[in-house]
Design a protein around this ligand. Structure first.
Ligand SMILES: Cc1cc2nc3c(=O)[nH]c(=O)nc-3n(C[C@H](O)[C@H](O)[C@H](O)COP(=O)(O)OP(=O)(O)OC[C@H]3O[C@@H](n4cnc5c(N)ncnc54)[C@H](O)[C@@H]3O)c2cc1C
Length: 266
């Protein structure tokens, strides 16, 4: 079995089949469509995608970090291709149910595919993974309307998903967040606040960014009990697929970062 520069496929298959007994999951009705041959085919596809798309741009992405241009974050052009490939190839939807066009693959197996992507190029692989996580949060706790409005475009790679928790004064201790949600008579909230460190918080590799954002509803109790979770899109989906700006803005906060590939070279 061939090894790549960034992973040992032999070790990965040993872990999946011999240590964790992945195939035993196919005894469950939910996974009965799968067998070892299919798992192997999907693993091969994950390695191919990583080798063809993610690994070759590792250094280039690292040496050309995102730029804030006219209020929009410009990322490496390959990010759009990666989001599209991961959407069309079913990678973002890998763990979702068939009813919403998911692949219904076991999380154990998806973790192995994620490991391959992340080993090839963490900075590239994280865009689809964050989207899958945010979409999962909406399908688990959101209303039917929220699921219909946001999840399909996240799973097909057109829209990015994020987790917007951290604020300048609230990191580990999220009870300190001050972002506030004001109810309106129309059933939605107006939210005011500032978030920092939001991975994929804005970029031009997608057509919209959907933030899963922590805020406190006006008058909510102090501490963690008062925290609520909101879907805050950069652009609000309107009639006839129109996207309307939602007053979400991004600004630059300088940080002293060392490029990863410089660090690797010592
Ligand atoms: C690469 C990266 C990506 C990120 N992506 C996101 C994202 O997508 N979305 C998002 O919301 N946030 C994101 N974050 C922010 C991240 O969640 C916060 O950095 C983290 O929660 C810690 O908060 P802080 O940086 O304010 O540190 P602080 O909370 O100020 O902690 C500073 C130090 O104090 C220690 N400390 C804190 N509290 C205690 C305590 N009670 N007892 C003992 N020690 C303590 C911590 O361990 C740490 O060493 C990202 C951060 C990084 C670095």
């Amino acid at each position: 079995m061939a090894t790549t520069k960034f992973i040992s496929e032999r070790n990965l298959r040993f872990l999946l089949y011999e240590v964790f007994d992945l195939e035993s999951l196919t005894d469950h009705p939910y996974y009965q469509e799968y067998n070892r041959k299919m798992f192997d085919m999907v693993l091969d596809a994950a390695v191919k995608l990583s080798k063809d798309l993610m690994w070759p741009i590792l250094e280039e992405m690292d040496q050309n970090p995102p730029q804030l241009v006219d209020g929009r974050v410009k990322v490496h052009p390959s990010v759009r291709k990666i989001m599209q490939e991961c959407g069309e190839g079913g990678w973002i939807a890998a763990g979702f149910e068939e009813e919403i066009d998911g692949q219904q693959l076991p999380i154990l197996f998806i973790s192995a595919c994620r490991f391959i992507f992340m080993a090839a190029n963490y900075s590239a692989g994280i865009y689809p993974e964050l989207t899958a996580g945010a979409a999962r949060l909406i399908t688990s706790f959101g209303s039917k309307e929220l699921i219909e409005a946001y999840v399909p475009n996240m799973l097909n790679g057109n829209w990015q998903g994020t987790m917007a928790m951290t604020e300048p004064q609230a990191g580990s201790y999220l009870a300190d967040i001050t972002s506030t949600a004001y109810p309106t008579d129309d059933g939605y909230y107006r939210i005011k606040g500032q978030k920092i460190f939001i991975s994929a918080g804005d970029h031009d590799g997608v057509d919209n960014v959907v933030h899963l954002m922590l805020a406190k509803i006006e008058g909510a109790p102090a501490g963690v009990k008062g925290i609520s979770l909101f879907v805050v899109p950069k652009l609000i989906p309107g009639a006839e697929d129109r996207l309307v700006p939602n007053d979400v803005t991004v600004f630059f906060s300088p940080m002293n970062c060392q490029k990863f590939t410089d660090w690797l070279r010592g």
